[in-house]
Design a binder for this molecule. Structure first.
Ligand code: NI
Length: 262
């Protein structure tokens, strides 16, 4: 049985006090039944460093993109050539995480849109699925994906935090919806409602570590092993077995990212 952490930031984990190295992180995850990982990129500058960290481990995939929070007036003309080169590296299976964030960085809204538009065009050209970070901006993200005719490559709304209406529109778009540890939080009732609404065959699970550790690890630094808590919580919420949740979300991962897990 497989269980995939479909979105993590292994390169942002604490290798000073908490973990020895990447191997140590993956070993802990494997002991918790977590078999595969997708390490999401957040900027071009650090991509190679991230890629080199995960490269020795064949169960770890990568994605490359400019994160909306990292876009600014200085780097807005980031190199398309560079991004395309990275996206064609063997373990890079998606363009992400990209999107729009109107909550953390509303001041760069226009720059974010420009950057997102360029990334959608690249995803179209290279036929890569998109990993979308949308905060207070999911409808704008959906509108842009329609407008730029990027539906066919597929994609995922990562760390979904919106309500059922937004979930419905993302599903209509043909997207998958990925739930993080937030769904386990007591006060996240609307995310739980969305999770009940989203069919298991359109769902992924993730940690987004080192952020957002699920209950019972809430408040502690997050790591890929903890996606098992989120998966367990969702299985209970949906009234299905843990095995079924793991099997279906792994199959979804394979379908979306066109990979075969082994
Ligand atoms: Ni992330």
């Amino acid at each position: 049985m497989f269980l995939v952490d479909s979105h993590c930031h292994i390169d942002s984990l604490d290798f000073t006090d908490i973990h020895q190295d990447v191997k140590d992180v993956l070993t802990k995850a494997h002991l918790a039944g977590v078999t595969h990982f997708l390490c999401a990129g957040t900027e071009l500058e650090t991509f190679e460093q991230m890629y080199n960290m995960i490269a020795p481990f064949e169960e770890v995939f990568a994605a490359c993109a400019m994160h909306p929070e990292n876009v600014n007036a200085q780097n807005i003309n980031w190199s398309e050539k560079q991004m395309k080169t990275y996206l064609q590296m063997p373990r890079v299976i998606a363009l992400g995480e990209t999107g729009l964030d109107y909550i953390c960085t509303p001041e760069t809204k226009d720059l974010q849109k420009k950057s997102f538009e360029r990334q959608i065009a690249i995803a179209n050209e290279l036929q890569k699925p998109l990993i979308i970070h949308a905060r207070g901006a999911i409808y704008d993200c959906i509108d842009m994906i329609y407008a730029l005719e990027a539906r066919d490559n597929g994609g995922v709304m990562h760390c979904f935090c919106d309500d059922i209406d937004a979930a419905r529109k993302a599903l209509d778009l043909g997207y998958y919806i990925s739930f993080s540890g937030i769904v386990t939080f007591k006060n996240a009732k609307n995310v739980q409602e969305s999770c009940k609404y989203v069919p298991v065959d359109r769902m992924l699970v993730e940690t987004d570590c080192p952020y957002l550790a699920p209950v019972p690890k809430r408040g502690k630094p997050n790591e890929p092993a903890f996606v098992s808590y989120t998966a367990k919580f969702i299985a209970d919420l949906k009234g299905i077995s843990y095995d079924e949740l793991c099997t279906k979300t792994s199959k979804n991962f394979e379908e979306l990212f066109k990979v075969t897990l082994k």
